[in-house]
Design a protein around this ligand. Structure first.
Ligand SMILES: Cc1ncc(C[n+]2csc(CCOP(=O)(O)OP(=O)(O)O)c2C)c(N)n1
Ligand SMILES: [Mg+2]
Length: 487
């Protein structure tokens, strides 16, 4: 903007965007500094309070009737719950529908929390970072009901998740662009909550078949056992990230919120986090921005404080636990100073594995030997960082230098138990007492359990490395399973 009078229309359109369920996003209003210094009379009517009602478009009745008919006729229906379920405050309605009908529910990153992990109809995460249970049911699904999902690349496992030849998609989404995705035979442009309520009415008396119920139960048991085993891993001296996630999950209360964004953690959390509250999981995976974790966590904690105040009765805010890798921490940890200055109780679990475990594992799986993903000193002769010693970096000391209270969890057989105690201790600190950072080292070479899924990352077609040539052949085989126009 170049004139102050433009503020009136700019503010109103800014709020329109902020309150629009489909177009919503961040709004930035910029004024040149000379204009900022001008004085201007503002009409009272502009300053008056006004209500911004969030639009909730109702579904077309015929569409809902048709969706119910498709569901009744399907042998293997599957609901995919996206972030839209949570933005629409529709978790309760989704759980009621799933309980009533027995239709299995799998969730995307943004949809994590829409159903609790231990509900019989919950298959957990779907796609490249999914559970084997959700992915097995997705593979054979003949009707996918996507609710509030953008079907991004990980959700569809790069178009390999749905292999049934007759699979159809019913997509309920407030944004038309997403409702029409994957060649949907029935795009329903509507608010998730309203659509779920109407759908439940139309599905009175309907239950999924016994075959699907048996498959769900068996696959869920198989996956739960896999996660139990991963959480129980006791590698020494350095623990696996799986065991770390298990310990943090056990030490947190159901309503506490875990925050994350980049590295190997988001995929591992999506798979394994045992979610118990619709708003207990905040992972920025749209861009997976390294460095989001601590400033993002601050925002979540502020929202939690507001929520407790709104609820009244002296309610204590939810605890917010940021899980962050050393690479992400190094990229942006300085907002810890804001938490210190404002006395914001933020709990940070910093996993030091001396490098980029995520990119390293991806690189290795594509035949490239984790090149350049370890933080090591330069071997000047070989001109490589891959051979030198671990850097004498002490991120716990770094956090302490910013005024953060730090708990170091030492490596060894008691590491995981000590971590649980450390999280409990941090949680016991009073509100207003500032951040606590728990520092521990982890073994970057132990992966999370396999998703039995895929992600399309192209491999060099020519290479002198035998490992890359082998990866390229495997890549071509996987490409053959892609179904570009649908799942
Ligand atoms: C701003 C930004 N730059 C680069 C990337 C690509 N990237 C994703 S994960 C990752 C490494 C993260 O390292 P760390 O936080 O230590 O987690 P780890 O992989 O060890 O679990 C990189 C470079 C990204 N997601 N965001
Ligand atoms: Mg790391």
């Amino acid at each position: 903007m170049v004139r102050p009078e433009q503020l009136f229309s700019a503010f109103l359109s800014g709020l329109r965007v902020l309150t629009d369920p489909a177009d919503t996003g961040a709004v930035t209003i910029s004024l040149p500094q000379d204009v900022q210094a001008e004085e201007m009379d503002v009409p009272e009517v502009f300053l008056a309070e006004r209500d911004w009602r969030i639009r909730r478009p109702a579904p077309d009745e015929e569409d809902i009737a048709l969706a119910a008919r498709l569901i009744r006729a399907a042998r293997r229906p599957l609901i995919i719950a996206g972030g839209g379920v949570l933005y629409s405050l529709a978790a309760q309605e989704l759980n009621l529908l799933a309980k009533q009908t027995g239709i299995p529910v799998a969730y995307t990153q943004a949809g994590t929390g829409s159903v609790p992990w231990d509900a019989p109809y919950c298959l957990g995460a779907v796609g490249s970072t999914g559970t084997t249970a959700a992915n097995a049911v997705a593979r054979g699904a003949d009707l996918v009901i996507g609710i509030g999902t953008r079907y991004e690349d990980f959700t569809t496992a790069s178009h390999t998740a749905f292999q049934s030849s007759d699979v159809q998609f019913v997509n309920i989404n407030v944004a038309p662009i997403d409702a029409y995705k994957l060649g949907s035979s029935l795009p329903i442009v509507a608010d998730a909550r309203k659509a779920l309520v109407r759908l439940a009415e139309h599905l009175g008396g309907y239950r999924v078949g016994a075959d699907l119920q048996r498959l769900m139960a068996a696959e869920k048991r198989r996956w739960n056992r896999t996660v139990d085993a991963a959480f129980d891993e006791r590698h020494t001296p350095l623990p696996s990230q799986n065991a770390i996630i298990g310990a943090v999950n056990r030490a947190m209360e159901p309503r506490d919120v875990v925050v994350c964004a980049a590295g190997s953690l988001p995929g591992d959390l999506h798979k394994m986090w045992r979610i118990r509250d619709p708003y207990g999981y905040h992972v920025e995976y749209a861009f997976s921005t390294m460095g989001y974790e601590i400033p993002g966590g601050l925002g979540v904690k502020r929202a939690a404080i507001d929520e407790a105040q709104r609820n009244g009765d002296g309610e204590t805010p939810r605890d917010v636990v940021v899980m962050v890798g050393d690479g992400s921490y190094l990229m942006m940890h300085t907002e810890l100073v804001t938490a210190v200055a404002e006395g914001i109780k933020l709990i940070v679990v910093l996993i030091q594995n001396h490098g980029y475990a995520s990119i390293g594992a991806l690189s290795e799986s594509l035949g490239s030997q984790r090149f350049g993903t370890r933080f090591r000193s330069l071997d000047a002769k070989a001109h490589t960082f891959d051979e030198g010693g671990t850097l004498p970096v002490d991120l716990a000391a770094n956090a302490a230098s910013l005024g953060v209270r730090v708990i170091r969890v030492d490596p060894g057989p008691n590491g995981i138990a000590d971590l649980e105690t450390a999280v409990a201790k941090a949680k016991a600190e009073p509100e207003g007492s500032g951040p606590v950072l728990i520092h521990l080292e982890s073994n970057p070479l132990i992966d999370a359990p396999d998703s039995e899924s895929w992600w399309d990352v192209p491999v060099a077609e020519t290479s002198e490395l035998e490992s890359t040539r082998a990866a390229s052949a495997t890549y071509s085989d996987s490409k053959a399973r892609q179904r570009p126009l649908i799942g």
